[in-house]
Design a protein around this ligand. Structure first.
Ligand code: UD1
Ligand code: MG
Length: 465
């Protein structure tokens, strides 16, 4: 049976007080709307129709770029005359029959299982509403049931602004998500009017129409509040972010990851952790990060797109910023404190990268060390190399980048400049303070600096009286 999904994302988001469209604001590092679309990806929909309005150009461009594989289409709603009007815009593109699932672009954490339960409850025959009981239902549409209200059939949804004082006591609310038989939905949409407190076309009026047409209306309950919470203000965005981070932290801890403090943990992407991983406070993980067994991460690190081998220690204030290809760190390495690994850093086992050392587009083989104040860019560094404090590869001539190749067991003294392109052979030694611009053969000592002179009896200048 055919499934269409409509995601409403045309609203202004006035309370965000932002120049940016609301649904592009980020939760856990990705746009609110992207969370919803990602969830839809697993539902096997024929079409995913996103209703856009405010900031439509930007919303469409950003969303399309994030999901090139999905059957996504955008439908403009100008002006925005309510949720019913929003779905009316998508109506010509819906299938003739089957089920239409309606979601909100600003309710990011709806789970695929919950959406699927809603689709199943509809089954192309019944109107299925996602509802939840809220302690404070202010502002939400209330689920009106027949009889004494409890366990009776759903007969309608009444918006907060249109509700009587008695109806405002109802704590079961409509979450803004429903699944409807497409052919019936089409018929109901054509009948909507805007005779209500807000002068809008309410999608929720279809419930009373279903009742009149003797189509069963069923309510599916959301498992947790987090999946139905919408974002309308910076406060709500931050609140949902914390709840989501807490949820992710708990999931990791259930897998055995030891977080020093789940309240000071941020995952903006995916974290795969082995056994006995310890993560100290205030770390931010982005993109896709893999931590092997026994990895320890000190406090205040930012780690993006990286694979960290088992037993490696990432010390405090380290910044790892991999691109899509990811930074690789081998096993039993020591990185930091205050280290910076940039795109293209590939470090072998037992490599040490110390404070204020920057590594970019460089490979360091087993046991190589750069412990203090150094730069390695576009370099290939052999095994057991010791790269001295303050040394740099001068990889950029102002127009092009060039490589530095350092063999195994090379000792680079402190404060050296290796002017690329250059090769340093196995076992060579470079004296401290050298500026090296020619090949250094294997096993040689290279000293490339002004010869030291010492003058006896030197008198320092005296201050004039
Ligand atoms: C809606 C429901 C309410 C429910 C609540 C849950 C209606 C009439 N009411 O109310 O029962 O409890 O959601 O959060 O549906 N949008 C458009 N175009 C429009 C208007 C809205 O695309 O013309 C989009 C908004 O961007 C938003 C969603 O639809 O993503 C919901 O709209 P909103 O104005 O927030 O509806 P509520 O008044 O909160
Ligand atoms: Mg709302």
């Amino acid at each position: 049976m055919s499934l269409d999904i409509v995601i409403m994302a045309a609203g202004k988001g006035t309370r965000m007080k932002s120049r940016h469209p609301k649904v592009l604001h980020k939760l856990a590092g990705r746009a609110l709307l992207s969370h919803v679309v990602q969830t839809c990806a697993g539902l096997g929909a024929e079409r995913i129709l996103v209703i856009t309005g405010h900031g439509a150009d930007r919303v469409e461009a950003a969303t399309q770029a994030s999901f090139p594989q999905l059957p996504l289409a955008f439908v403009r709603q100008e002006p925005q005359l309510g949720t019913g009007h929003a779905v009316q815009q998508a109506e010509p593109q819906l299938a003739d029959e089957g089920t239409t699932l309606i979601l909100n672009g600003d309710v990011p954490l709806i789970r695929a299982e919950t959406a699927q339960a809603l689709i199943d409850a509809c089954g192309g025959k019944q109107l299925a509403l996602l509802t939840i009981e809220l302690h404070d239902p202010t502002g939400y549409g209330r689920i009106v049931r027949s009889g004494d209200g409890h366990g009776g059939h759903v007969v309608g949804i009444v918006e907060h602004k249109d509700a009587t004082p008695a109806q405002r006591q109802i704590r079961e609310v409509y979450t803004g998500m429903m699944a409807a038989p497409t052919a019936l939905l089409r018929k109901w949409l054509a009948r909507l009017d805007n005779n209500n407190a807000q002068g809008e076309y309410y999608l929720t009026d279809v419930v009373a129409m279903a009742k009149r047409d003797q189509v069963p209306v069923v309510a599916t309950h959301a498992a947790s509040e987090i999946e139905v919470l919408g974002v309308n203000s910076p406060l709500q965005l931050a609140d949902l972010e914390r709840r989501y981070q807490r949820h992710q932290a708990e999931t990791l801890m259930e897998q055995g990851v030891r977080l020093a403090d789940p309240a000071r943990f941020d995952l903006r992407g995916e974290l795969l952790a082995g056994q006995d991983v310890e993560i100290d406070v205030n770390n931010v993980f982005e993109g896709r990060v893999e931590l092997g067994d026994n990895v320890r991460v000190g406090p205040n690190c930012v780690i993006k797109n990286a694979r960290i081998g088992s037993g490696t220690v990432i010390q405090a204030f380290t910044h790892i910023e991999g691109d899509a290809a990811g930074v690789d760190v081998g096993a039993s390495a020591i990185i930091g404190p205050f280290a910076r690994l940039r795109p293209g850093a590939v470090l072998g086992n037992e490599v040490h990268i110390g404070n204020f050392v920057e590594v970019k587009n460089s490979t360091l083989a087993h046991g190589a060390k750069a412990n203090h104040l150094a730069y390695l860019g576009d370099a290939t560094v052999g095994e057991r190399v010791n790269y001295g404090a303050g040394s740099i590869t001068a990889n950029y001539d102002g127009a092009n980048k060039h490589r530095t190749v350092i063999g195994n067991d090379v000792h680079v003294g402190s404060n050296c400049v290796l002017i690329a392109p250059i090769t340093v052979g196995d076992g060579a030694t470079i004296g401290g303070g050298s500026t090296v611009s020619k090949e250094v053969p294997a096993g040689h000592l290279c000293v490339a600096r002004a010869k030291q002179i010492s003058l006896a009896g030197w008198q320092r200048p005296q201050k004039k009286k």
